[in-house]
Design a protein around this ligand. Structure first.
Ligand SMILES: [Zn+2]
Ligand SMILES: [Zn+2]
Length: 90
């Protein structure tokens, strides 16, 4: 399944008529334009990891671990470094 960073929705599959915009970025995010004109920044996620924020807090945050496959770790990471992807000068 696919999780959207922009609207926090999740999708079982990407519609076949959706258009990918640009390359896959770090952490596997990629921008997609759906046929209805909406933009979604989608990343493939393992359903078992979705909705496990309690486990993330317990096993990751409390231990100072960042897992690339954990969406909450990624959210934490981006909250800490909001300009990480666009900054080329550092
Ligand atoms: Zn979206
Ligand atoms: Zn985590």
């Amino acid at each position: 399944m696919w999780a959207c960073k922009i609207c926090s929705q999740s999708f079982d599959t990407i519609p076949t008529d959706a258009i990918p915009i640009g390359e896959r970025r770090q952490h596997g995010y990629r921008l997609w334009k759906f046929s209805n004109g909406s933009l979604h920044d989608l990343r493939e996620v393992t359903p078992s990891l979705v909705g496990r924020k309690g486990a993330h807090t317990r096993f990751h945050t409390n231990r100072g671990i960042k897992k690339d496959e954990c969406r909450y770790c990624l959210e934490d990471l981006e909250a800490e470094n909001p300009h990480q992807e666009r900054s080329c000068s550092q």
